[in-house]
Design a protein around this ligand. Structure first.
Ligand code: ADP
Length: 671
């Protein structure tokens, strides 16, 4: 059947479900990490390229400054090698002018072909004071007819400083192809750097000029030492001597964290990972909860499906909202035909419709009958007796949303009850028959007496009549009447005995009516006396005259009394004859406000030992050789059927007292 609480099938749980998202997240993280690295790399490259361009620019500036100086020297040289060279003071004045324009110049000297100093501006230059590299440069200049620089040199021990980092430029002078001398300009490389490199560049980079052996010959680092991260070297393109310009940026590698992009990317990545983890956990919990719920549902469904009790839920309008398989089995209809239905229901038996409708009216009014028995009709026409328990359906917040019924198929119970009832009836009948069998022999014996009496009375009467007709004697009418009266009395007594036995064994349905206890006792008196006389038992009856009538079935009551008196008589068989007294007493129970009457049968017999008392009322329990053991069992059933009790107690004077109680009949009821 359809379960309204059914859930979707679970998605198969496996590693593949997580693989794709995990890979994507990893890829995303990789890209996130790669991006800043790439940005850093680009920035780094950009800085390097910037440094190279700047270095190139500085190199050009230095080179330009030196070229400008070379040019002025060349002009001077040309004038000096001319046919009419300028006057000595003019030369010195021009040299002084050069000094003014180029602070990096330490000296300018004019040497003749023999190397003697003709004029000098700046520091003195003693002949032969030229360094070895300067002399090499002078030699090469002469040979090549072109100006030439020496390698940097130092005049003192310091590598750079005031007397260090000097470089000579030799310009050979020719007049008509003949070497006539040279101009020597000495440059201070430190000043060259200081004067020609713009401050902003020096602020960002440390600059050095290096000689052939990579020794620093001039150095400028206004913004502190270089970091060694962005460096570039470029040779100053000078004829002759080799000088390399080395730049080293004060900036280090781009730092990662201050970078906004990197920071935010890392934060975002962290946030993403955290939220993914949280999501993961949440999903895991949801899946776990779902699994638990599914298991619970499966368990509940299995439970409902295997229940033998039918379950039915209805809303407040009486519409069926749920039925379990057991209910469907009981009414023989599929759930589809029941769900959503309102009365009249397809399983209502036509003969019970009024009852169903009355109960349904009560349901709508909010008053369910908590428990009742009824009948459901199956489509094949069979009727199923059911026991229904009805309870309000209350939801989790305590709201009354409908009615829940559990329905028990009591067919088997009913059948068992019916069987038991039939069995009981049969037993009762056979017990009655057995009792009758027992008493029929006594009846035969006892009926002999009245019959014999009747026979002798009628014989006597016939005698009287015969003698009168023979005229032997006159008709004695008085005698005839007495004989016939006696015969009549005996015949009635015999009839009474037979009738009471007949009533006793006659099978009939119990019928409760208002009964006078003395009348019942009178009804069986002849029979009881018959048995009592045989056993030499005296019968005493004590009933108060104002005893109210009781509500009972007369014949059953007689049967109970007959059984109890018979047991009492039998219990006194072995005691002294003068003590054999059977008493029947009846009285209203004063302590009882329910209006009941107690009837006791009292004997002086052998009494009931405890082991017998335990099983006294069990069917077929008997201590007598001929006993059937049904008497007390039937008595108790009969009394309980009347709503009374049957108990026994020891008689203080020896023997037993059996007492049963009966409900008083209403005073208005017919007797
Ligand atoms: P039955 O008379 O056929 O034995 P009952 O059910 O009437 O069956 O009695 C069961 C047993 O209870 C008797 O066999 C007897 O032992 C005991 N009993 C019943 N009434 C008396 C009594 N008045 N005094 C002593 N014993 C009794």
């Amino acid at each position: 059947m359809k379960n309204p609480f059914s859930m979707p099938r679970p998605v198969p749980d496996g590693p593949w479900r997580w693989l794709v998202p995990v890979l994507l997240v990893l890829l995303f993280l990789l890209v996130l990490l790669w991006l800043p690295w790439q940005a850093r790399q680009m920035e780094s490259n950009e800085r390097q390229e910037q440094l190279i361009a700047d270095t190139l620019w500085v190199e050009q500036t230095l080179r330009f400054e030196l070229a400008r100086s070379e040019e002025v020297l060349a002009t001077l040289g040309t004038d000096l090698a001319a046919d009419s060279p300028p006057a000595h003071d003019v030369v010195e004045a021009r040299m002084a002018q050069m000094f003014k324009n180029g602070h990096e110049l330490r000296r300018i000297a004019w040497l003749d072909a023999g190397g003697r100093q003709l004029a000098v501006q700046g520091a003195e230059l003693a002949h032969g004071a030229l360094t070895a590299s300067s002399r090499d440069a002078q030699e090469m200049a002469r040979k090549t007819h072109n100006g030439r620089y020496s390698d940097p040199y130092s005049l003192g021990p310091a590598r750079y400083g005031p007397d260090a980092g000097l470089v000579d430029y030799h310009l050979p002078l020719y007049h008509e192809g003949r070497f006539v001398g040279s101009l020597v300009a000495t440059y201070d490389l430190q000043t060259l750097l200081d004067e020609n490199v713009p401050w902003w560049f020096a602020q960002d980079n440390s600059l050095s000029l290096l000689d052939r052996d990579d020794h620093v010959v001039a150095h400028r680092a206004a913004g502190g030492p270089g970091r060694g991260v962005y460096t570039h070297k470029r040779a100053l393109d000078l004829p002759g001597g080799q000088i390399v310009l080395a730049t080293d940026s004060v900036k280090g590698a781009p730092r990662l964290l201050p970078n906004l992009l990197v920071g935010s990317v890392i934060l975002l990545a962290l946030g993403l990972v955290l939220s993914l983890a949280a999501l993961w956990r949440h999903i895991a919990r949801t899946i776990a909860a779902e699994n638990a719920l599914r298991q619970q549902m499966a368990f509940r469904t299995a439970m409902e499906n295997s229940l033998l009790t039918g379950l039915r839920a209805r809303d407040l309008e009486g519409r069926v909202t749920y039925v379990n398989p057991a209910f469907c089995r009981i009414v023989g209809l599929p759930a589809g035909e029941l769900l959503g239905r309102t009365p009249p229901m397809p399983y209502w038996a036509p003969e019970e419709t009024d009852e169903y409708e009355e109960r349904f009216r009560k349901i709508l009014a909010g008053q369910a009958t908590p428990q009742f028995e009824t009948v459901f009709l199956r489509p094949d026409g069979t009727r199923v007796p059911v026991l229904v328990f009805e309870a309000p359906l209350v939801d989790s917040i305590g709201r009354h949303t409908g009615w829940m019924s559990s329905i028990l198929d009591i067919t088997d119970r009913k059948r068992a009850e019916e069987l038991a009832r039939q069995q009981q009836e049969k037993l009762e009948t056979s017990a009655r028959l057995a009792t009758m069998g027992e008493i029929s022999s006594m009846l035969a014996h006892e009926l002999n007496q009245p019959l014999a009496a009747i026979s002798s009375y009628t014989a006597g009467a016939l005698n009287v009549l015969g003698r009168a007709s023979d005229h032997a004697a006159p008709l004695d009418a008085g005698m005839l009447k007495r004989a016939l009266e006696q015969a009549n009395t005996q015949a009635r007594r015999a009839g009474q005995i037979i009738r009471s036995v007949h009533e006793f064994v006659k099978k009939r349905e119990p019928r409760r009516e208002s009964v006078m206890v003395p009348q019942v006792i009178e009804g069986i008196r002849a029979l009881v006396e018959l048995q009592a006389r045989q056993s030499y038992v005296t019968l005493q009856v004590e009933v108060p005259p104002d005893l109210p009538p009781v509500l009972a079935d007369r014949v059953l009551l007689e049967q109970v009394l007959l059984n109890l008196t018979r047991n009492a008589i039998e219990s006194m068989q072995d005691i002294d004859r003068e003590r054999r007294v059977l008493r029947i007493e009846a009285a209203r129970i004063d302590t009882d406000d329910q209006g009941r009457v107690a009837v006791s049968v009292i004997d002086n017999g052998h009494g009931i030992p405890p082991e017998v008392a335990e099983r006294l009322f069990s069917p077929f329990f008997s201590t007598k050789a001929e006993g059937m053991g049904m008497g007390l069992s039937i008595c108790r059933t009969a009394i309980e059927f009347h709503g009374g009790t049957l108990t026994h107690a020891d008689n203080p004077g020896g023997g037993t007292v059996f007492t049963f109680t009966l409900q008083q009949a209403q005073a208005t009821m017919p007797t």
